[in-house]
Design a protein around this ligand. Structure first.
Ligand code: NIG
Ligand code: FE
Length: 444
């Protein structure tokens, strides 16, 4: 199959400047943060009711905790308090920022991305236009393995540069926390390389990163079976990942032609023993029993879920597994959208993420994906907003300090150039935030 050259040069050049800028940010972080007062807020979305109840399910419009004509005060990188009417006096040395009657909301959280890869798969996009399916493209030598070849050949510095450049685009859309997966190395050494790149990116980017080892993404060419790679990953890769603290979570693509639930067990058992948390690519193309597997292993989230069974959804609800919907993949790959109502009606928390990756979904605009989820996964406005903030924090178990603008929470927030959250959702990701703050520090 013809493969294009690495897509990097311009991204890498861009990221060189970024590295310098991020080095500057690290220095700022070392000093004490000044207090901040944001005034003249038209609509402040706090999500305080959810934070107070530590609940991401059964979301209703009151859960948005909206305050009109508001102000927001930040102290020591955290939300100190908020209110309506005249703002309090500016504390000495504090930074004052005017929201110009705009919307202020929690920073967005993208809880499912694949940002570390090399190469381009635009040829596969063209094959899809010719009517080929994701599986047919994979069988013809494309898909995950095509990215694996390019990624194995790339060095750590280039991968880091490209990853940082991608994260900076996420930041421009208002994404202040990101879950980032490996999965294009698919050997012990190459997966370790990608995880080291992600840990290095974590030190350089202002965003909070949750790092996930997705060793079971596809069966590498060196292995004759899925079970044999799963065993090697369990016995050789995961212990090293845990020793070097290279990842927070593990993930597996449980799907026909990739890994069965049984193939994944040795790997998930090893992960649990090593204290690595679990998330799963579940029931995307067919019902593979993965929603139930996620519940059985106490996974934090099960993602995709187009074909989850009713009993699988009930099991997810009981085990508090968050349903992560990825409508960008449906749009880009022409597969069905997941119906959020099945999960919401069963009492599951529902989050939405981009699934940004080089093959099945190149979308990195999370606000656009939230609108897509409202339109096609049938989320109501409050549910869609919560799906990319508090519920996404819950999916990553960050919800005790991120995903809401509640006293004591990290001051990760956006000032938007529109008046209300309905304006934001109807905008299809067209407008960028006019201010992006992470832990009380302004980055855009
Ligand atoms: O989440 N489903 C598996 N993994 C990705 C696709 C990755 C790829 O095609 O490179 C996904 O959609
Ligand atoms: Fe994915």
């Amino acid at each position: 199959m013809e493969r294009r050259k690495l897509s990097g040069p311009s991204d890498i050049r861009k990221s060189k400047g970024l590295l310098d800028r991020y080095a500057l940010m690290e220095r700022v972080e070392a000093t004490v943060q000044p207090d901040v007062l944001i005034t003249n807020i038209g609509e402040l979305v706090t999500l305080s009711p959810l934070a107070r109840a530590s609940r991401a399910s059964h979301v209703n419009p009151d859960d948005l905790g909206i305050v009109k004509n508001a102000w927001l005060q930040i102290k020591n990188s955290k939300v100190e308090k908020y209110g309506t009417g005249p703002a309090p006096a500016l504390p000495q040395g504090a930074i004052l920022s005017n929201a110009r009657c705009g919307l202020v909301m929690p920073g967005l959280i993208d809880c499912h991305t694949h940002p570390v890869f090399a190469g381009s798969r635009s040829n596969e996009f063209c094959m899809r236009l010719d009517g080929k399916t994701y599986q047919e493209i994979a069988e013809a030598g494309g898909g995950i393995k095509s990215s694996m070849m390019a990624t194995r050949a790339a060095n750590e510095a280039d991968l880091l540069g490209e990853t940082l450049a991608r994260l900076s685009v996420f930041l421009g859309h208002g994404v202040t926390s990101v879950e980032v997966k490996s999965g294009y190395g698919l050997s012990v050494d190459s997966e370790l390389k990608l995880l080291r790149v992600l840990r290095a990116a974590d030190k350089k980017t202002p965003q909070h990163l949750t790092v996930t080892c997705l060793a079971l993404h596809a069966v590498p060419p060196e292995h004759h079976s899925a079970a044999s790679w799963a065993r090697e990953a369990a016995e050789k890769l995961l212990p090293q990942v845990a020793r070097e603290k290279l990842a927070d979570c593990v993930d597996a693509f449980v799907e026909n032609g990739y890994f069965s639930a049984d193939d994944a067990r040795s790997y998930l058992d090893a992960a649990k023993k090593l204290g690595l948390r679990i998330r799963l690519h579940a029931d995307e193309f067919s019902e593979s029993g993965c929603a139930k597997l996620a519940a059985e292993y106490g996974a934090e989230s099960a993602d995709h879920l187009q074909h989850a069974s009713d009993s699988g959804i009930a099991a997810m609800r009981t085990a508090d597994v968050v349903a992560v919907l990825l409508p960008g993949t449906s749009l880009y790959s022409g597969i069905p959208y997941t119906n959020a109502r099945r999960f919401i009606d069963a009492g599951c928390a529902v989050a939405v993420a981009t699934d940004f990756n080089p093959g099945s979904c190149v979308a990195d605009n999370l606000p656009m994906i939230a609108t897509l989820a409202a339109l096609h996964c049938k989320l109501k406005p409050a549910e869609a907003l919560v799906a990319v903030t508090y519920a996404a924090a819950y999916a990553l178990r960050l919800h005790h300090h991120k995903g809401a603008l509640h006293p004591g929470y990290d001051a990760d927030f956006l000032v938007q150039p529109m008046a209300t959250h309905e304006d934001w959702l109807a905008d299809l990701g067209r407008s960028r935030p006019s201010q992006v703050w992470i832990k009380g520090q302004r980055f855009l």
